[in-house]
Design a protein around this ligand. Structure first.
Ligand code: ZN
Ligand code: ZN
Length: 419
């Protein structure tokens, strides 16, 4: 089923403002993609809808930061090779200032996953590392839920032709919008009510897992035999977050995951990614990683292996895991059968793990801990946080209790318990 494009955009924007960022009257809103230094001009029709709905919800000021991918590419072609640690610092400072004043953030992901495929992987990862470092102070706000924020995607020509390679560009772009509307439930008669119901179900799953307090998770599947420790006090989270001032929001649209943090030193075994990963607009595909006492000690990939290796070398924490997320194989995104080449979407199609930083809110009392205290409690610290998919219809996951007893959590990629 397709939905009228204009009506779809309007509903998608309404979902972003009401359920997503949960904008409050009187708040300021910034719309950008911080780590890409802006959002592309091509998505202006959607952004105008977002801005209109934000003001209707009572926003005081909506600030939009734009970029152009042609210009991003031009930098890689012509800028001095030693200049890739340069960054428009004002953007990161501006966002920090915005957060300090209680402003909300919508990050819109619209990027061409092949934009930099033919560029030097060293420069690609340098730019990524620089971006992560620039936004470290602001990520303290988002990773602790001190402000309300949202990440959402928009169809974009260079991206759409990758998802629909057989269609002409304009048709691919329209088709990608329809796919986003479907996986975000925008095609339902009442999307907001559908989301409230979806959120209730996800929260029920996280409550169940929090009650269980498993000591380990054990993954079994093709190319995957992995045991992941869970630190004491780990909190499973899903769909709903709350700022200290009481604003409820859903940081990712869509979201299908229930997630927590692993114990950074207790990951052992091997894992095979079941989907490609878009890192810094370069693609890593068919990769396999072996962990020992929490560290990735071996990593190989059929494509993009150099980028994968560089990514793992970002810092000490980049080799360790910071997130464990469970997503049923029957999720709308998985059932769409599409490969989105966009982590926000692809991570919600399958159970996943993340290299790098753990979210402090996934540990009891974590928001109040210093980095050292958090690490001592099992949390991982890194500049990066990069999700990769390990779930598919073939993965089984068991929860292992403190006494060694195993209980089924997922079977053949589906939830193995009722709530
Ligand atoms: Zn996740
Ligand atoms: Zn993640």
């Amino acid at each position: 089923m397709t939905i009228d494009f204009k009506e779809g955009l309007r509903r998608y924007a309404a979902l972003a403002i009401e359920i997503g960022v949960g904008l409050r009257p009187g708040q300021r809103l910034m719309i950008t993609d911080p780590r890409r230094a802006g959002i592309p001009l091509e998505i202006a029709p959607f952004v105008r809808q977002l801005v209109a709905q934000a003001y209707q919800a009572g926003a005081r000021l909506v600030d939009v930061i734009w970029r152009d991918d042609e210009i991003q590419r031009t930098r890689f072609l012509h800028a001095p090779r030693d200049s890739f640690e340069e960054w428009p610092e004002w953007q990161a400072k501006g966002l920090l200032d915005h957060f300090e004043q209680g402003g909300a953030l919508i990050s819109v992901l619209a990027a061409n996953p092949d934009l930099l495929n033919d560029q030097d992987p060293g420069l690609v990862t340098t730019v990524q590392k620089t971006a992560w470092a620039q936004y470290l102070p602001t990520s303290e706000y988002t990773s602790r839920d001190r402000v309300n924020w949202l990440v959402i995607s928009a169809s974009y020509p260079g991206w759409a032709v990758k998802v629909f390679p057989d269609l002409p560009p304009a048709q691919a772009e329209a088709e990608l919008w329809q796919a986003l509307f479907r996986v975000c439930r925008v095609d339902r008669p009442d999307p907001i009510a559908a989301w409230k119901d979806h959120i209730r179900q996800l929260v029920g799953r996280s409550d169940y897992l929090n009650h269980k307090q498993y000591r380990h998770l054990r993954y079994t599947g093709p190319g995957t035999q992995l045991t992941v420790g869970l630190p004491s006090g780990h909190c499973w989270k899903a769909a709903r977050s709350k700022t200290p001032s009481g604003i409820e929001f859903t940081a990712n649209v869509p979201t299908e995951e229930v997630f927590t943090l692993p114990s950074a030193a207790e990951v052992d075994g091997e894992v095979t990614a079941t989907r490609p990963l878009n890192y810094g607009d370069a693609l890593i595909d068919g990769f396999h990683v072996r962990f020992q006492e929490g560290r990735a000690v071996e990593a190989s990939a059929k494509r993009g292996e150099a980028v994968l290796r560089k990514m793992l070398e970002t810092d000490d924490g980049a080799r360790r895991l910071g997130e464990v997320a469970l997503v049923p194989h029957s999720s709308a995104i998985s059932q769409s059968g599409l490969m989105f080449y966009n982590t926000l979407l692809d991570e919600n199609c399958a159970s996943h793990l993340a290299f790098g930083r753990a979210y402090k809110f996934s540990l009891q009392g974590g928001e109040k801990m210093s980095d050292e205290e958090f690490q001592a409690a099992g949390g991982n610290h890194s500049l990066i946080h990069v999700d990769f998919m390990v779930g598919a219809g073939e993965i089984d996951i068991d929860g292992i209790k403190a006494d060694g007893k195993a209980e089924p959590v997922m079977r053949q990629g589906e939830w193995a318990f009722d709530v």
